[in-house]
Design a protein around this ligand. Structure first.
Ligand code: DGJ
Length: 744
């Protein structure tokens, strides 16, 4: 039993492999949060002493206890205006002018399995994998009932949380804020980490000391965004890769979000996260319900590396779903950086021939194939092949591509419309625009109002029609601008605050239907690269184009930052041309491949422009990838370098400890460099290992190979491995260790 209720102490404890999480019901019906941290037992309420710290009010029923205040006690889910002056989780007003919520305990249940959310992405559980706790709180004045939902995945060290709100009264309620999660930690000196960036430079970890007052990160873009990510970490100030206590909070949500941390007057910390309350409101009529997006809370006593590995496993096995979730992914050759908009049958077939010759699995036809799309000024929404460039249509093209070897994949941007398109001319009201105000353009395009059912149905029919018209095994689903002019022609004035969230509910419903009806199609998410790299997307599409930056050295940083929360199998990573189109940097082909092999591997260049020697190397890379792809897809990641190191060193270890891939890429080189001395991790100390193969790329001089002798696992773990100093233009090396004893 991972959920335990102690009637005498009135405590409810959630237990996972490494952690305990405890709450307590106290008179007059408040639900306090007592603890979340390393696994322990017993009633932990002794931690909280009544003491009057001044200017912290006490509830009416506790008027004789001036030291008892919601302002200083840790709460499980904080209402508002009830004497707790810290940042609230819930804000509302009713049509009788009642504001705030005084949430009191009204009961709880424990059930087997995981709770379900309707119409929102959510983790899933296999039989026996999870238990659900539902705690009901109620606010008498407004009639609002809040169900706090917890699904405990004991073996995974993970707790899913969400909130279900019901209007049980007779007034209309306007929700203005409804956080998915609240975590009050009364102790500790913390750092917090978030992942910031910009287009083509996404998700660099920003670690800073948690200071008194309110701090946080969020997005107002109508998408999770390139600039911020709905994932934050709170950790011991001393926490490193493999040591220290770390808490992760990740939202399964792709729209605007807000994660806030507040260190209060007593040094306690509150972490809340959910839908961005700015520009959000939701009207709840009597009898109606509202569910928040889900949050994944994870605790690791094994540092940041331990936290990443827990999230990776969970996202791969309990968030991703369907045919492709855990299967080897195809090696794609994508036309974008090879042709940009200049595509036609002849060029696509030439690429397909090359893809077949190199051994790639799928040729992806990117942007430029439909309507009169010769640049990014037009045609989004007109999803029929351009008759001059593709006179034989998609069915014929897909067949011809297949005859040459690879499968056929296609790019789409279904959420968008160009003002210069037949779709916009027919349905101008389907775009998000504010009446009487000229709309804002982004990449010359407008956003369709996905909250409207007729728009969802039109997109579904269009995409399904394309998928039925041709043998398409892969779809790249792009989104190249964010939401402005958030106004829906289909909503009444007092529901306009629902527009962005309804957009995402519409998007998720579309994704759900398409994945259900076309289960063998591999859908890849994309938003100008990594503008929507979040667990909400991963609940439907198992991989995402990580960044529009394909420079391998920049990608080291982007993939490293992304990998704090998200598994490598989710990060599409391609080898592109050199000099790189985004940075102008030249790098060796081998280094480009080694960097891309720490993701879902593919190519994004014109092989016709390469020499035969380079094509030969690519054939070898693809063959190598097929041997090692299970490691990035299912293995455990150990970061052996820090973001500030001049090299990136990543080690992947198979779950049974039998194989390990070490990749080292130099971000900068020095004269007379020191050898790289790396202590390996994750291997079995009692085992023996041999270097199965080793490769170098871009090295200035011939370096002698590491000895092909046997190494004790404990030697590699404790004494480490010395790699030769790497000099040259972005040199890199990769080696595979294989366990040689019988793996007992
Ligand atoms: C942005 C994507 O991230 C690129 O890979 C490419 O598909 C372009 N859009 C096409 O317009």
């Amino acid at each position: 039993m991972s959920i335990r209720y102690n009637e005498k102490d009135q405590t409810i404890t959630l237990l996972t492999r490494s952690a305990a999480y405890q709450m307590q019901i106290v008179p007059p019906g408040y639900l306090l949060h007592l603890y979340y941290g390393r696994r322990t037992e017993g009633d932990l309420s002794y931690l909280y002493l009544d003491h009057d710290c001044g200017f912290s009010p006490n509830p009416w029923e506790r008027q004789d206890q001036r030291g008892w205040s919601l302002d200083t006690l840790p709460q499980e889910y904080a209402g508002s205006l009830g004497g707790d002056f810290r940042t609230p989780c819930l804000e509302l007003s009713t049509d009788r002018g009642i504001r705030g919520a005084d949430l009191r305990y009204a009961g709880h249940t424990v059930t087997a399995g995981k709770y379900a959310l309707s119409g929102l992405p959510a983790a899933w559980a296999r039989e026996g994998e999870a238990e659900t706790l539902t705690v009901t709180l109620a606010d008498a004045a407004s009639g609002l009932q809040a169900e706090l939902l917890y699904a405990v995945f004991e073996e995974r060290d993970l707790i899913c949380r969400a909130l279900r709100l019901k209007n049980t009264g007779d007034q209309s309620i306007r929700l203005e804020k409804a956080a998915s999660v609240c975590l009050d930690l009364p102790f500790g000196d913390w750092d917090w980490i978030h992942f910031s960036g910009r287009h083509t430079m996404e998700r660099r970890p920003e670690r800073r000391r948690l200071l008194e007052g309110l701090q946080g990160v969020g997005s107002l873009r109508g998408a999770s965004g390139h600039q911020a990510n709905p994932f934050v970490i709170l950790c011991d100030r001393e926490a490193g890769e493999e040591q220290g206590d770390c808490y992760g909070m990740m939202l399964l949500y792709s729209g605007s979000f807000l994660a806030q941390l507040e260190k209060d007057q007593m040094g306690a910390v509150r972490l809340t996260a959910g839908i961005q309350p700015e520009l959000f409101s939701w009207r709840l009529e009597p009898g109606e319900s509202f569910e928040t997006p889900e949050a994944l809370l994870c605790f690791s006593p094994e540092g940041l590396g331990g936290l990443s590995r827990r999230y990776h496993r969970f996202l791969r096995q309990n968030v991703c779903r369907g045919y492709w979730a855990e299967r080897p992914r195809p090696v794609v050759l994508n036309s974008w950086e090879a042709c940009y908009f200049d595509v036609d049958e002849e060029r696509v077939l030439a690429l397909a021939r090359q893809a077949g010759d190199l051994g790639a699995d799928v040729l992806v036809l990117d942007d430029g194939w439909f309507g009169n799309r010769r640049d990014d000024h037009r045609a989004l929404g007109d999803w029929t092949p351009n008759p001059e460039r593709f006179p034989h249509g998609l069915g014929w093209l897909a067949r011809k591509v297949r005859e040459l070897g690879p499968g056929f994949g296609l790019w789409l941007e279904p959420e968008m419309v160009s003002p210069d398109s037949a779709l916009y001319r027919a349905h101008p009201d389907w775009a998000l625009t504010v009446p009487g105000r000229p709309p804002t353009l982004g990449r010359n395009q407008l956003v369709l109002d996905l909250g409207r059912e007729e728009v969802q149905n039109w997109i579904y029919d269009t995409v399904a029609g394309i998928l039925r018209s041709a043998d398409i095994s892969y779809i790249k689903w792009d989104m190249n601008r964010e939401l402005t002019d958030v106004y829906s022609r289909a909503l009444p004035p007092d529901r306009q605050g629902e527009c962005v969230h309804r957009y995402y509910r519409g998007l998720y419903s579309l994704m759900e239907r398409l994945c259900r009806d076309f289960p063998r199609v591999l859908f890849e998410g994309c938003a100008g690269g990594g503008g929507r790299f979040d667990a909400g997307i991963l609940a439907y599409f198992p991989q995402i184009w990580t960044s529009d930056n394909t420079d391998p050295v920049a990608r080291l940083g982007i993939q490293e930052g992304t990998g704090y929360g998200y598994p490598l199998s989710a990060m599409a990573a391609h080898v592109s041309a050199s000099p790189n189109h985004q940075t102008g940097r030249s790098t060796p082909l081998g280094t480009r491949a080694m960097a891309a092999m720490t993701g879902a591997f593919g190519y994004e260049l014109d092989p016709g422009k390469l020499t035969e020697t380079e094509r030969q190397e690519i054939r070898r890379q693809i063959a190598r990838w097929r041997e090692l792809e299970s490691l990035p897809r299912t293995g455990e990641l150990y970061r052996l370098s820090r973001p500030e190191d001049p090299f990136a060193a990543w080690q992947l270890v198979s779950t049974d400890g039998g194989e390990s891939l070490l990749t080292v890429c130099m971000r900068a080189v020095e004269s007379n460099p020191r050898p790289l001395w790396l202590r390996l991790r994750g291997l079995r100390g009692e085992g023996r290992y041999r270097i199965e193969w080793q490769e170098r790329a871009g090295c200035l001089e011939e370096l002698s190979e590491l000895p092909e002798r046997e190494y004790a696992g404990s030697a590699l773990l404790y004494a480490g491995l010395t790699l030769p100093p790497l000099r040259g233009d972005y040199p890199a090396m990769q080696l595979l260790l294989q366990r040689t004893d019988d793996n007992e």
